[in-house]
Design a protein around this ligand. Structure first.
Ligand SMILES: [Zn+2]
Length: 484
């Protein structure tokens, strides 16, 4: 068993894989600058290990891992690689720039996964020995994962874990790839490995739980109770940091959902006023919610806006502030009270617009109401040239999207269209997420506006702009998109 009397061995390491595993969530693809920003935040938060990506997957993944490695201050920067030397070498090329690099290599060890490369148990054991040794020759911090560990025969799992340890892996990660284990089984698996595998007390055991049955957190905690000392996780359970992926956080989600700190019943409110601890086990500030929120309005000046944005984590130069201030005033004219979330949405939109977008909305007027058909009069700027059309459709959003499609013909399929209010009230800004799919490429666009149809049009165009960037990059390799 792990010696829990020494404090260092008793520490549970947090391994964040939002940028690798989270990015595999359909539609959660992030841009290069978004990835760097998230990595910086994770590093500042004190995350121990950041899995920055899968360098062999694409040029973009490689560059993201390399640049994150260069910028990391404290965190160990890890890259993923399959069980072959080309993958591992490419991974090392990217992570070696970090002060504290780690190579993570994996292979599917369950009967089903052994069957894919048609490897016998012995042949796979040799591959594991060779690849972990190769990684260890490049980097002194190597993590190894038997993918689909929870469906691997126990005897074989013990055998291959021992081989990986002997070959030099210092972290052994046990993934529940299909997300079907239960807490007691998760704990028993770690306990068995610690008991049966020679050398197990010399390495850190890690747990990597998928949430298919909603038990990932419980399974991870159970593994820690049994002796695991690394938890692999993602922000909000996927690649989602402040809406980057376009997935809104469900209201009743534990800890981070909107309702987590909302108290409706009279008994609760009475207790809360006397002592917050009667009904809350943590404070809103602990998860980054401001306890007192200064509301901004149309009389707020530039200095107040700068102070507020700085409080929200946005440090702006004078020119950028000037630009945001104009947009803030326009919003404050339409909306009496501008809340923190409104400002965050505004900032997100302005950073999105900074990218060299090929398409932008110049003018949009929509006619809607009880009398069909609804119509949209749209001017779209494409590569600097204005194009105009009027389209009718089944509702204002349909008419608008048809107008976009008429002016910029494309084959992409609308996968998801979602509207949610950023703040409360009928003058609230609506944030719209649009997901498009074209030849297996999935992109998400997002935009906010007090006018839901305008937000919809901008989100659609935002998604198209991202698609145009993605078209110029390498097509995704399906084989690389479904791992551990
Ligand atoms: Zn995973």
């Amino acid at each position: 068993m792990i010696d829990t009397s020494t404090p260092q061995k008793d520490r549970v390491l947090i391994f964040d894989t939002t940028l690798r595993d989270g990015e595999q969530s359909p539609g959660a693809t992030m841009s290069h600058s978004e990835k760097l920003e998230i990595a910086q935040l994770l590093d500042e938060m004190g995350v121990d290990i950041i899995e920055a990506g899968f360098p062999i997957a694409s040029e973009g993944d490689f560059e993201a891992v390399r640049d994150i490695a260069k910028g990391a201050r404290n965190a160990v920067i890890c890259g993923l690689s399959r069980a072959n030397t080309t993958d591992i070498d490419r991974c090392w090329e990217a992570v070696r720039h970090a002060a504290r690099p780690r190579i993570h290599t994996f292979i599917g060890t369950s009967p089903l996964h052994r069957d894919i490369p048609k490897l016998s148990k012995d042949a796979m054991a040799e591959v594991i020995h060779a690849t972990v040794s190769h990684a260890r020759n490049l980097c002194d911090n190597v993590q190894w994962s038997p993918m689909d560990a929870t469906r691997t025969e126990h005897d074989y799992l013990c055998r291959v874990v021992e081989i990986a340890i002997k070959a030099g892996a210092s972290t052994i990660n046990i993934p529940d790839t299909v997300g079907y284990t239960a807490p007691r089984e998760s704990a028993a698996l770690i306990a068995m490995l610690l008991e049966r595998v020679p050398g197990a007390d010399e390495v850190v055991f890690s747990t990597h739980c998928h949430n298919d049955l909603g038990m990932a957190t419980a399974n991870a905690l159970a593994a820690v109770e049994a002796g695991a000392r690394q938890i692999e996780c993602t922000i909000n359970g996927l690649g989602d940091v402040s809406g980057v992926s376009g997935f809104p956080v469900q209201y009743n989600k534990a800890i981070v959902g909107k309702n987590a700190f909302a108290h409706e019943s009279g008994i609760h409110q009475d207790g809360m006023l006397k002592n917050a601890e009667t009904f809350e086990i943590m404070r809103p500030e602990d998860i980054g919610l401001a306890s007192t929120s200064l509301v901004m309005g149309k009389h707020s000046g530039r200095a107040a806006l700068r102070a507020k944005l700085s409080e929200l984590g946005f440090e702006l130069g004078d020119n950028q502030l000037k630009d945001i201030f104009v947009r803030f005033k326009a919003l404050a004219d339409r909306k009496k009270e501008v809340y923190d979330d409104d400002l965050i949405a505004l900032m997100r939109d302005s950073t999105a617009a900074e990218q060299s977008d090929r398409l932008s909305i110049k003018f949009l007027r929509v006619i809607c109401g009880t009398e069909a058909p609804q119509s949209a009069d749209l001017t779209l700027t494409v590569d600097g040239v204005d194009h105009q059309t009027t389209a009718t459709g089944d509702g204002p959003v349909d008419a608008t999207f048809k107008a976009v499609r008429a002016l910029f013909p494309h084959e992409a399929r609308l996968d998801l269209y979602q509207v949610h209010a950023v703040t409360e009230g009928t003058d609230a800004q609506a944030t719209v997420s649009v997901r498009l799919e074209e030849d297996g490429r999935i992109v998400t666009g997002q935009s906010s506006d007090t006018d839901t149809v305008v937000a919809s049009a901008k989100a659609y165009v935002n998604a198209l702009n991202r698609l145009l960037i993605r078209r110029t990059k390498q097509a995704p390799d399906a084989g690389l998109r479904s791992v551990s």
